[in-house]
Design a protein around this ligand. Structure first.
Ligand SMILES: O=P(O)(O)OC[C@H]1O[C@H](O[C@H]2O[C@H](CO)[C@@H](O)[C@H](O)[C@H]2O)[C@H](O)[C@@H](O)[C@@H]1O
Length: 327
């Protein structure tokens, strides 16, 4: 059991009033229990005492998960959620407590998924995923869902690498030299290229100087340009985490979804999960692994968690609640 005072709501994570989609699907209004919408420029509506439990997003998802644990999908991003952000992407090992908490939950629910910009092989290596207890029902959707590894069957899906990436690869060194940015580290992921500025003398400045040239390159070669935390990623168009999570919900028949993310690449997944919830098709919990570096998920999350340990606490809490119920 989670000790009193150490639960997800102890200050490490903070629940937010539910946000409702405003007109035209724009998220921007507070939603009160009577369905009244209040502009976000005003204070969020106070909730009557009796409604507090049901408006607690974690309690809601726990209640739904208890009804049918097999219909629960727990999905997470890798970098910034399972592994703390570090300077060298090759050394971004998953936090053992986060993996243990995910495994504790994995033993109790139908499906666990890691939806990541990383290649499957990198996520498996950095996460120690092949040996992790409790993750026998894990799927890793790598490179935003283009690659797929199923831990239960061992099946690995790896489509051919796009030719546009080879063309971009041929131009990158010259582009960086021209901009006097040779210190930018190029992560070659086979089907994508990541241009990392974190280890340059001026990470923000280098990121901004790259913006125009990489936008031009992506447009010219027909590639998708994904900005991330001190990284520009070039990859094939047509796939994102929203599509990946939608396909997974469809394939598994999940009716409860817990999704955790920290970066811009997670926004399509957050939006997809929020839309499915608005349609009444699933109950859901959106966890933001909060950082000062990237606040874009603040407005669409249900719970703002204090980084990797904060998300792990929520997972552990849900696992504890489900386990208690099963005895
Ligand atoms: O979808 P994710 O699992 O969040 O992966 C997104 C990208 O994360 C990695 O880069 C980020 O983490 C690095 C290690 O902490 C950090 O040094 C870098 O600044 C971050 O942008 C990874 O290297 C990329 O391939 C992922 O696409």
């Amino acid at each position: 059991m989670t000790p009193p005072g150490l639960g997800w709501n102890s200050g490490v994570c903070e629940p937010r009033p539910r946000l409702c989609p405003g007109e035209h699907g724009v998220v921007g209004e507070w939603c009160s229990p009577d369905g009244k919408l209040t502009p976000m420029s005003e204070q969020p509506p106070a909730q009557p005492q009796a409604d507090r439990a049901s408006s607690d997003p974690v309690a809601r998802v726990v209640a739904a998960a208890r009804n049918d644990p097999a219909a629960v999908l727990v999905a997470t991003d890798f970098d910034g959620v399972l592994s703390p952000i570090v300077d060298d992407p090759d050394q971004a090992y998953a936090d053992p407590e986060a993996v243990a908490a995910l495994g504790a939950l994995g033993q109790l629910v139908g499906q666990v998924a890691i939806v990541t910009g990383r290649p499957v092989a990198a996520a498996r290596r950095l996460g120690g995923l092949d040996q992790a207890p409790g993750l026998g029902n894990l799927v890793v959707l790598g490179q935003y869902g283009v690659e797929r590894w199923d831990a239960a069957s061992g099946e690995l899906v790896m489509p051919p690498e796009p030719v546009e990436i080879s063309r971009a690869r041929n131009e990158i060194a010259d582009l960086l030299a021209r901009l006097d940015l040779a210190e930018v580290w190029v992560e070659d992921k086979g089907r994508a290229l990541g241009l990392h500025t974190r280890r340059t003398a001026d990470p923000d400045g280098a990121f901004e100087r790259l913006r125009g040239p990489v936008t031009e390159l992506a447009e010219r070669l027909g590639l998708h340009l994904e900005p991330g935390r001190m990284v520009w990623e070039l990859r094939a168009a047509g796939q994102d985490k929203g599509r990946a999570i939608a396909e997974l919900v469809e394939a598994t028949g999940a009716r409860v979804v817990v999704y955790a993310g920290d970066d811009l690449g997670d926004i399509p997944a957050f939006r997809t999960v929020a839309e499915l919830r608005e349609q009444g098709r699933i109950e859901a919990l959106l966890l933001w692994s909060r950082s000062e570096e990237q606040a874009a998920l603040a407005d669409i999350c249900d719970v703002a968690c204090d980084g990797v340990p904060g998300v792990a606490q929520v997972w552990r809490h849900i696992a504890d609640e489900l386990e208690t119920h099963s005895h």
